[in-house]
Write a protein that binds this ligand. Structure first.
Ligand SMILES: Nc1ncnc2c1ncn2[C@@H]1O[C@H](COP(=O)(O)OP(=O)(O)OP(=O)(O)O)[C@@H](O)[C@H]1O
Ligand SMILES: [Mg+2]
Length: 294
């Protein structure tokens, strides 16, 4: 089966249910804009420690691969635990922004990640100090704060305070900060020009009909275990995939998975126009109207 990768060819010999379970598992596909950002992240890890470290702001549409990209970066740089399981080196500290710009919430998230107690009685100042002390001991590489647009979900005084916290963490620890979020994240950082200046923008753009998309579709085709070639790179089907998905990698992946599962269950063994139409996928653009009809 030369339209398939070795792993996908082997999966062909398993039951339909096993094949479907395999299709639904997350798989990383490399693509140029992700690789460019991974290279930038590598550079940040190598950057000598100094005051005013460079920061990065990764933005892109929702469901367009931002969190998975960071996941990939973390897999490339796992934490080193020592014998009692406590990390001695954390190259990439990944934390989600609390749902609102809340300093205590951020520290709680960091402490929970490091398996430290949360101590309800502790003041915010004490928490801040404890976080800094712990992080100074773990040979930190970079701090990644995902969903940073949550900063916007609060009164402006709280937003500014939270931005000061980000600045403070970077300065005290001399590590680069990587913010990750939707386009709203750009607005969130604009609140403080001093913070905004320190963040280099990096964008994961939506997909368009070009050779990058063709390569991505070819990669999907290789890892989806179907017996017949689907020829996803042909213009007609690629155009339909782009139109239906709205151009994010998450939607593309969901659409292809659904169509593949339909093709397995209906003995078609390839993704074609019929599978795309019949698989029950609703375009993101049509989801709102589907809900309003209930
Ligand atoms: N490199 C990749 N290879 C294969 N599939 C991917 C890749 N990146 C993303 N995906 C698919 O897209 C989905 C959404 O990705 P992800 O969760 O990273 O989006 P996001 O940009 O963080 O979205 P949000 O802003 O909503 O958090 C993933 O669950 C996965 O199915
Ligand atoms: Mg995400």
């Amino acid at each position: 089966m030369n339209h398939l990768s070795e792993v996908a060819s082997q999966i062909l010999n398993t039951s339909n249910e096993e094949r479907i379970a395999h299709i639904l598992k997350h798989k990383w596909i490399g693509y140029p804009s992700a690789q460019r950002i991974l290279d930038q992240l590598e550079d940040l890890l190598l950057h000598p420690k100094q005051s005013r470290m460079p920061n990065l702001l990764i933005t892109g549409e929702t469901n367009n691969g931002k969190t998975l990209l960071i996941e990939r970066f973390r897999q490339l740089h796992p934490a080193d635990p020592n014998l009692d399981g406590v990390a001695v080196r954390i190259p990439v500290l990944y934390v989600q922004s609390p749902p609102s710009p809340d300093e205590r919430g951020l520290y709680n998230n960091i402490l929970a990640l490091l398996f430290r107690s949360l101590k309800a009685s502790e003041s915010t100042d004490q928490k801040r100090q404890r976080v800094i002390t712990i992080l100074q001991q773990v040979n930190l590489g970079v701090i990644v704060i995902d969903e940073i647009q949550h900063l916007l979900a609060g009164p402006s005084l709280k937003q500014r305070n939270f931005l000061n916290v980000i600045k403070y963490l970077g300065n005290e620890l001399n590590v680069p900060i990587v913010g990750v979020g939707t386009a709203d994240a750009i607005r969130a950082l604009q609140v403080d020009p001093q913070v905004q200046n320190r963040f280099m923008p990096a964008v994961l753009p939506k997909w368009e009909l070009n050779t990058d998309l063709a390569r991505l579709l070819a990669s999907f085709e290789k890892i989806i275990p179907l017996r017949n070639p689907s020829m996803l790179t042909e213009k007609e089907i690629a155009t339909k995939l782009l139109y239906m998905s709205g151009g994010t990698i998450g939607e593309l992946s969901q659409l292809l998975n659904r169509a593949a599962i339909w093709a397995i269950r209906n003995n078609k063994e390839k993704i074609d126009m019929l599978a795309l139409d019949k698989c029950g996928y609703v375009r993101p653009a049509d989801r709102k109207s589907a809900v309003s009809r209930i």
